[in-house]
Design a protein around this ligand. Structure first.
Ligand code: HEC
Length: 103
């Protein structure tokens, strides 16, 4: 009987360990930290899904170091009115400022 209890306990601990997810911040928590460094936190219902996905998030992603391709950051800096100021102010971070899996 003791062996059954011990085996069951071991299995439960294994399942609990396997199922445990790392303590990742939620999307809301990340938005509160990262999106409010420049402006007030927008609410999801302010824009439709297509506008968020196709226009706003790709654009705001650039401000947190997420780009469509490897040359996009350089082009954004080069095409700005004052490239040196934009680079110095780190407007377009070289690396993602969001933790994985969001980066
Ligand atoms: C480094 C500054 C910066 C950060 C960080 C930033 N934004 Fe923005 N956001 C801007 C600027 C500047 C604009 C004005 C439009 C533009 O430049 O594209 C803007 C505009 C917007 C708009 C309005 C778009 C429109 O055309 O109506 C929304 C919505 C938005 N941001 C959401 C977000 C979200 C969500 C995040 C976080 C993922 C975020 N922003 C992070 C600077 C930032």
């Amino acid at each position: 009987m003791n062996k059954i209890v011990a085996a069951s306990t071991l299995i439960l601990i294994s399942i609990a360990t396997y199922c445990r997810q790392p303590d990742l911040p939620s999307g809301v928590e990340l938005a509160q930290v990262h999106c409010t460094s420049c402006h007030a936190l927008p609410q999801p219902e302010e824009l439709n899904k297509d506008t968020w996905r196709d226009i706003v998030l790709p654009r705001m992603g650039q401000f947190v170091g997420i780009y469509d391709d490897s040359g996009q950051r350089s082009a954004l800096i080069a095409n700005s009115t004052n490239p040196e100021k934009v680079r110095a102010a780190n407007i377009y971070p070289e690396e993602p400022t969001l933790p994985p899996p969001f980066s």
